[in-house]
Design a binder for this molecule. Structure first.
Ligand code: KDG
Length: 337
């Protein structure tokens, strides 16, 4: 198992005795490889979750499936990795729901600003029937959605000014994920949003191409954004789920038993990832302040104003997605509270 994970498929020649070498070679010819890539770095709970997935799968398949994990966009950004899954040149990625909406537009509903009141409600809706019905929609795109993981509540940072009110968004160039709804919501709030892949974000902030960005505290801290950003506010404007997804053609090539193992492992690793992620998001705001960032709290009154400002954008997308689908999500949220 260890050999297989570390050696790669073409490094067996000349290792050990001939018979040993042959054995390893046979084993490796039979083993299937999952290349799993994410945009966040190897400090982030998302990567720890990926490592957990690898451990569970390799253990439960006795190494007949090997999982190679890649972080920091080593295999590309959310969109290009999803395309690689469609083509079958990569097996797993765990994008935010926002870029998924470019493949299945209904996914935008999970990115409605201020949709989920807390992560417990999000868990219940996403892990329930409604969440599953969205994952099913990915199959037409040659993608298998196996589980929801958590990115978390997104918060605004910038290099220019403290943001306490909606008026403070005015004039700030904010990088958003590649999603039209995000763009329109930020425009409505008065900012000047610009969509960009995650892999380009740090440099864009460093070079001043953008003034700010929005991500959960864990990402802001673990990606070292405090080095290039001065102000952070708890806008909590969008809850970002992750979707753990696999190339459908790869999934279909697995035996039934293997399919069960990877599906179960994606869920179990997700539970672990969510736990680590919540701890991280609670802890890291303090660290950001220790690193010298100014923290501005958004009052409930101000947040309510933002809710009202983005409502027309939500209404527009609700209509585009289809009221029936959106109503199902709203009812599930209500039932979960
Ligand atoms: O690994 C996930 C990242 O690629 C991305 O989804 C993170 O929230 C994110 C962003 O802002 O792009």
């Amino acid at each position: 198992l260890f050999l297989a994970a570390c050696g790669g498929s073409d490094s067996t020649q000349g290792n050990g005795s001939a018979s040993n070498g042959e054995e390893v070679a046979t084993e490796q010819t039979d083993s299937k490889t999952i290349r799993a890539g994410i945009g966040l770095n190897n400090e982030h709970p998302q990567y720890k979750g990926l490592e957990k997935f690898a451990e569970l799968v390799e253990e439960r398949t006795d190494g007949s499936i090997v999982v190679e994990t890649y972080h920091s966009g080593q295999l590309g950004d959310d969109r290009s990795m999803m395309e690689a899954l469609q083509l079958g040149t990569q097996e797993v990625t765990v994008p935010s729901t926002a870029p998924i909406a470019n493949f299945v537009s209904e996914f935008s509903v999970f990115d409605f600003p201020f949709l989920f009141p807390n992560s417990e409600v999000a868990d219940e809706v996403l892990d329930g029937e409604v969440g599953q019905s969205f994952l099913d929609k990915l199959e037409d795109q040659n993608l298998m959605g196996l589980a929801y993981w958590e990115n978390g509540f997104r918060n605004l940072t910038n290099s220019k000014q403290p943001v306490a009110t909606q008026e403070d968004f005015q004039g700030l160039t904010i990088r958003t994920m590649e999603n039209d709804l995000h763009l329109e919501a930020f425009r409505a709030l008065g900012a000047n949003p610009t969509p960009m892949a995650f892999t380009e974000l740090f440099t864009a902030m460093q070079q001043g191409t953008v003034d700010g960005q929005e991500n959960p505290f864990a990402t802001i801290y673990l990606e070292g954004y405090y080095e290039v950003q001065q102000h952070v506010s708890n806008t909590n404007h969008i809850y970002s789920p992750f979707v753990f997804m696999m190339s459908k053609s790869f999934f279909d090539s697995l035996t039934e038993e293997e399919q069960e193992i990877v599906s179960e492992a994606a869920l179990e690793a997700g539970a672990y990832q969510r736990e680590l992620n919540r701890e991280a998001n609670e802890t890291y705001l303090a660290n950001l302040q220790e690193e010298g960032m100014t923290y501005t709290e958004i009052s409930e009154d101000e947040r309510q104003k933002m809710v009202e400002t983005v409502q027309p954008v939500i209404d527009k997308y609700a209509e585009n997605i289809g009221t029936e689908v959106v109503e199902k999500v709203y009812s599930a949220i209500e039932a979960a509270q």
